[in-house]
Design a protein around this ligand. Structure first.
Ligand code: UT7
Length: 327
């Protein structure tokens, strides 16, 4: 069996920049609180009428360009999103049509902030087995559409964006995706939810009035879980690859809270400078976070051939995991 590698990345951020100061005019918060508790200074919010699939298409085109891959060469498209254009069909089929990937099968996965890592894992299996020659993995989220803008506990965090990765076979076993470890803990499902809109709580006017169709999060509890699970996920990844902390060249992690990243890296003695940080500029854009960060790091020259890249993500579910990629 061959390996799998990431041969192209792309990202898209909506134009509109929303500052902490702007939010402080609407809700009871301050720039100081948001920066000190989360690291977020600004976030990007999609324009009215802009679609999730359109953001994904922008990112996908850039990733295909870098990968020198024609849309017709793409065999599968996996989109990690909890904010698709509509409940059915998937966001992925709109992307498939939008980029003209007429030979690809396409589907969404719902793993929230871990979506692009889950998607990468699925795509890597198809590529390794030889079933697919080129796979497109996208993390895209329009969290502004499911944010309760009157809830200061969450509305200062969430944002919009898209990132894409092109996966191809790799014959050099020292390069490419080395390991991906995924985990879920459904016992903690209640910590981070959009309650209404499914079969358990079909939409009613009462639920709409309660904002039950928007994200609700037990922030402090998710924070604690995130630090614990992400730390052990990083250890699991290093152990599986016989890596020491010093061997990791670059950390590309989901950007939920700067303090979470700091705590995880501190536990492992990894300097924060090794982490690609953009939460200050983009906020938490869920599944888009890892591919956007990866794209910025690759295009900015912060990831070079031979580098060992560790990826980490955790989100609703709770779903989390890690990847080790040798560039
Ligand atoms: O991406 C998916 C995974 N998500 C995460 O990993 C997020 C994990 N959680 C977090 O990042 C943090 O828990 C938050 C950023 C959400 C909250 O930070 P915190 O330091 O855990 O704050 P807290 O929830 O413990 O709240 C502390 C205080 C509370 O006031 P009292 O009860 O102590 O008087 C909150 O009401 O801060 C208050 N607060 C705010 N104050 C000003 C909460 N949100 C705000 C706000 N502005 N926006």
């Amino acid at each position: 069996m061959t390996g799998a590698q990431i041969i192209g990345t792309g990202s898209y951020l909506p134009e509109r920049i929303v500052t902490n100061a702007e939010l402080a005019q609407r809700i009871d918060t301050t720039d100081e609180w948001i920066v000190s508790r989360t690291g977020i200074r600004t976030r990007r919010i999609a324009a009215p009428g802009e679609l999730t699939s359109e953001m994904a298409i922008h990112a996908a085109r850039l990733a295909l360009e870098m990968a020198e891959t024609k849309p017709s060469e793409v065999g599968m498209i996996v989109v990690g999103t909890i904010t698709p254009d509509m409940p059915m069909p998937s966001c992925a089929v709109f992307v498939q049509h939008g980029i003209g990937a007429t030979n690809a099968f396409a589907f969404d996965i719902a793993a929230a902030c871990a979506g692009s890592l889950y998607g990468l894992s699925i795509a890597a299996q198809y590529v390794r087995s030889g079933v697919v020659k080129r796979a497109l993995v996208i993390g895209v989220e329009m969290l502004s559409s499911v944010t309760n803008w009157s809830d200061r506990n969450t509305c200062v965090l969430f944002a919009d964006g898209a990132g894409a990765m092109v996966i191809a076979p790799c014959d050099d076993e020292r390069r490419g995706i080395q390991t991906i470890h995924l985990h879920s803990d459904g016992a903690l499902a209640d910590l981070l939810t959009i309650r209404a809109g499914g079969t358990k709580f079909p939409i009613t006017q009462e639920l709409l009035d309660q904002n039950a169709h928007k994200v609700a999060m037990a922030g402090r509890e998710v924070y604690r879980v995130a630090v614990t699970y992400l730390s052990s996920a990083l250890q699991e990844a290093m152990d599986a690859n016989r890596l020491k902390a010093a061997d990791i060249s670059r950390l590309v992690a989901h950007q939920a809270n700067l303090r979470i990243l700091q705590s995880v890296l501190e536990k492992h003695g990894i300097p924060l400078e090794k982490a690609w940080i953009n939460i200050d500029r983009y906020g938490n854009n869920s599944s888009a976070s890892i591919p956007i960060s990866l794209d910025e790091a690759v295009r900015g020259g912060a990831i070079k051939k031979g580098d060992v890249v560790a990826m980490l993500a955790l989100g609703a579910g709770i779903c989390w995991g890690s990847a080790i990629v040798r560039w």
